[in-house]
Ligand binder design. Sequence first.
Ligand SMILES: [Zn+2]
Ligand SMILES: [Zn+2]
Length: 362
Amino acid sequence: MSELRQDPTTREWVIISTERRRRPHEFDSASSSKKEAASNLSEYSSDCPFCLGNEYLSPHELASYRTFGTKPNSKGWWVRVVPNKFAALSLDYGDNLASNEKTRGINTDFTGYFFPRAMEVFRVKPGIGTHEVIVDTPKHNEQMSFFSDKQAQELFLMYRERYLSLNSNPKFKYIIIFKNHGVNAGTSIVHSHSQVIATPIIPLSLRNNISQARFYYDEVGRCIFCDMIQSEIVDGRRIILQTDDFIVFHPFASASPFETWIAPLSHEPCFANVSVEKAKTLGVVVKKVLKGMYQALNDPDYNFAFNNSPIADEKEDYYHWSLRIIPRLTMKAGFEIGTGMSINTAIPEETAEFMRGFIKNL
Ligand SMILES: [Zn+2]
Ligand SMILES: [Zn+2]
């Protein structure tokens, strides 16, 4: 069981993860493995828990898209969802909290905040939530940049389906869907996979986003993201792709090189409210952008994550979802750590122009 701890100086929550705990000596940076070149990999790896035929190596599946008549936890699938074996959050409320609050005799009501002792400033909540893994493809060596349109469509349909299966649980306040690709993006598993985490809190950085968007909506009467998208279209220099439904651009104030946003042109607070057809189109658009990045930046490590409204505000008009791709091309340095501000060494107008050159031929 994980534990949520609040930094009393920022009010941001941190997940202290017991499931994925590493002992202090395991942080030796020399031991981290390098990314294996995809060209050295084959379609199947006997010890990979995500490979077709190795279903027994992963927990029981929660959902899958599979050939009619085939059984769960057997071959026949092309997208498969399993609980994360090393879940950051879970619904099992065990007794092994990181700080072992039982021995301190504090209240364990998961809806409340805990103050472990009178006058102490440290707040704790049990890590209630879920953490799922979506295996994006049955093939060990297939990167998302090279998926067929059909595979990309099905994956994004599954994203939508998993969101809609979790958002009715009153314990959850926010659902994040994301993907890590490469060691510098936080994963050492080469088999392409995505993750879904439902949290019992709304992360503070998101709350800041939300309050800025609410403020703008109250002041101006429009969605800040719709206005931002219109401004990007009028300017045009930072757009790398526009379809009937989506716009892809490097934001005006990109925090890191090649930061890429993909947003719907029509106003929509939450990704999971989009139609099946639009979810499929999005999959193809994202795949295309990733393929462009693969070619332009030589297979960069990257993260992408949906930025959605909180569950309670899925129908509220002040928010507008986006999917943000961050290639991991630079490291946070002293200034970033000391201030929380970023220094971006690339100019978004130039990176967007560079990317357009690759995307237009795809
Ligand atoms: Zn595999
Ligand atoms: Zn909007």
